[in-house]
Design a protein around this ligand. Structure first.
Ligand code: COA
Length: 385
């Protein structure tokens, strides 16, 4: 059988960052609630000329530079924070990256789960045509109302993955466990720029999904739990992974070390929630933190409120270690420009109506920018940066 999986991946984030200590101070809350209680230190905040398209294109560009675009015939763009009801955000990425007309583009939606649906679709396509490669982009801005319990769990980021046969990073194994149930724990109505969340319900629904997905995987011939060395999780906040690992270990009997959890949340603690990208940011965090993972079996738990979840397993490939990738992510995180709370609140309030033409101010240092809206259509450009 053809071995298929993640051949390469790259992470991109926003121009700005807000330190959660500053937010806690402005809210008169003990900063330990954020840093320890929910396990978050910072959140990435988009500049006015950034969005899911600019982050997604910025994440994908280095993959094309490293591997070329010849075998790519499909671009799958997964997002919860779509910018249009009809047009796939990936179409602007297609144009910004100069992809040819024979590359099909489509957008996937199911809250934070859809990056995994896109990865599975990519694997299906490659199993039929093993010479093809699929570009999967998961890109999101997590937004909640100011003053709501969800506010400290906002964030922004994108992960682009090149999916192929004979992958260099992680081979995805064929059997997975799925758990789907209709629940109103988190959603974003069409007329709202912020998500609605019942935090306590979302934690319960997530934990039931971890064990439900494990039960499905076990029933379909899961690998021996003793052979799973690490598990990476979707992380709306990093403490959620701690709760999930406890539930998964007790249900499956897998002995999962705490070190894996710490390694797999380094980026997530600094990005905040990145919805569809969160699980894959956690995967990048794990791969970049530990040079001893070659040959290890890892679990990957994807949860999208509403809810669909899936537990995958994968084998880390021999040449996965790349100190340069870790250095690039650290540089991008360190380069973010800190905001004061008042500036962050002003940016949060800036929601563009599509009926008004707007030229966005030039702020981002990233390679692409959201230039503005004219005639109700969004426009993007390369910055040359
Ligand atoms: N020091 C250390 N820990 C503290 C603390 C302090 N001063 N104050 C509170 N805490 C801990 C609490 O004990 C709790 O820990 P626990 O969950 O391990 O028991 C944690 O901090 C959160 O406190 P809580 O009172 O539950 O916070 P909250 O009502 O503000 O809600 C969330 C927290 C995470 C539920 C909320 O931020 C949220 O809804 N986020 C969005 C969730 C989401 O995205 N779900 C959808 C996708 S899965």
């Amino acid at each position: 059988m053809t071995r298929i999986g993640i051949h390469d991946l790259e992470l991109a984030t926003s121009h700005h960052v807000l330190d959660l200590g500053k937010l806690a101070e402005a809210q008169d809350i003990d900063p330990a609630k954020y840093r320890v209680g929910i396990g978050q230190d910072e959140m990435s905040i988009l500049a006015p000329d950034e969005d899911i398209v600019t982050m997604g294109a910025a994440a994908a560009q280095p993959l094309l530079e490293r591997h070329g675009q010849q075998e790519i015939r499909t671009l799958l763009f997964a997002t919860e924070s779509g910018v249009d009801q009809s047009k796939a955000a990936g179409l602007w990425v297609h144009q910004l990256l100069g992809l040819p007309a024979h590359v099909r583009v489509v957008e996937f939606k199911q809250a934070c789960y859809s990056g995994t649906a896109a990865l599975q679709a990519a694997i299906g396509m490659i199993s039929r045509s093993p010479a093809e490669r699929v570009l999967v982009i998961a890109s999101d801005e997590a937004r909640y109302e100011l003053g709501s319990a969800g506010e400290p769990t906002q964030g922004a980021g994108a992960v682009a993955m090149l999916v192929s046969a004979d992958p260099a990073l992680v081979e995805i194994e064929p059997v997975s466990g799925v758990h789907t149930v209709d629940v109103d724990d988190f959603w974003r109505p069409n007329d709202s720029s912020t998500a609605v969340v019942d935090g306590a319900l979302s934690i319960r629904a997530y934990l039931e999904s971890v064990t439900g997905a494990w039960d499905d995987l076990a029933g379909r011939g899961s690998p021996d739990p003793a052979t799973i060395e690490r598990v990476v999780y979707h992380q709306p906040f990093t403490k959620m992974a701690v709760k999930a690992q406890r539930a998964l270990s007790s249900r499956s009997g897998a002995q999962l070390p705490a070190r894996g959890l710490q390694d797999a949340s380094v980026y997530n603690r600094r990005l905040g929630n990145t919805y569809t990208a969160s699980l894959y940011a956690s995967l990048a965090s794990l791969l970049d933190a530990d040079p001893e993972l070659a040959g290890s079996r890892i679990g990957m738990f994807s949860y999208g409120s509403g809810s669909v979840s899936e537990l995958l397993t994968g084998i880390v490939q021999p040449g996965y270690w790349d100190a340069d990738r870790a250095a690039r992510v650290r540089k991008a995180l360190d380069a973010r420009v800190p905001l004061e709370v008042e500036e962050y609140r002003r940016l949060h309030a800036r929601v563009l109506p599509s009926a008004v033409d707007v030229d966005n101010p030039r702020v981002t240092d990233g390679p692409f920018r959201f230039a503005g809206i004219s005639g109700r259509a969004r426009h993007y450009e390369a910055t040359g940066g």
